[in-house]
Ligand binder design. Structure first.
Ligand code: KMT
Ligand code: NI
Length: 179
């Protein structure tokens, strides 16, 4: 339910997979080195799932809502799709649990290369505060995701560059190794 790979640098449709040739996959352990945590959960019963409950308790994710991304349900669809795909960071974790459909979370590695993380039904992912990232639907064009948060949610995206923000500095100190 979660797979990741290095992206090519073609300007083609953002919803295509953009594998390199040959394909260059990235393991869950490598993602963890960038501060990205993920789980596989049972999305058929997300409203009563014990696994999700435990994660929420352990990590303090008291806030939760649902984000249904299709033209009929998301107000300002085109503009939002566009802004999701602008490279940005947040001052808090971005926590998403895909309960239907699928999508791509792209993140920058230590060398500023794009890693594409494909999340499908049952995949839950945490992008750490301060990581540069973006989101796009894939060619199936649909995702239903739970958004979680610690406390009152703050969704503000800071488009790149925002290297002076404390959240960015802390991310770099913790995860980007310096020569
Ligand atoms: C975000 O912040 O990029 C989003 O909420 C994308 C949709 S959640 C699958
Ligand atoms: Ni974001």
């Amino acid at each position: 339910v979660i797979q990741a790979w290095y992206m090519d640098d073609s300007e083609e449709d953002q919803r295509l997979p953009h594998h390199r040739e040959p394909k260059q996959f990235v393991s869950i352990d490598r993602l963890a080195e960038l501060g990205i945590i993920s789980w596989r959960l049972n999305a058929n019963d997300y409203e009563n799932d014990e696994g999700l409950k435990k994660i929420r308790e352990a990590r303090g994710y008291n806030y939760m809502d649902i984000c249904d991304i299709c033209p009929e349900k998301l107000p300002n669809y085109e503009a939002k799709i566009k802004s999701f795909f602008e490279e940005h960071l947040h001052t808090d974790e971005e926590i998403r649990y895909c309960v239907a459909g699928s999508g791509y979370f792209d993140v920058r590695d230590e060398k500023d290369q794009w890693i594409r993380i494909a999340v499908k039904k049952g995949g839950m992912i945490v992008l750490p505060a301060g990581i540069y990232h973006r989101f796009t639907l894939d060619t199936d064009n649909y995702i239903k995701a739970l958004r979680l948060f610690v406390g009152e949610p703050v969704w503000t995206p800071y488009n790149r560059p925002h290297d002076h923000l404390p959240a960015r500095r802390e991310y770099v100190d913790a995860f980007i190794k310096k020569p």
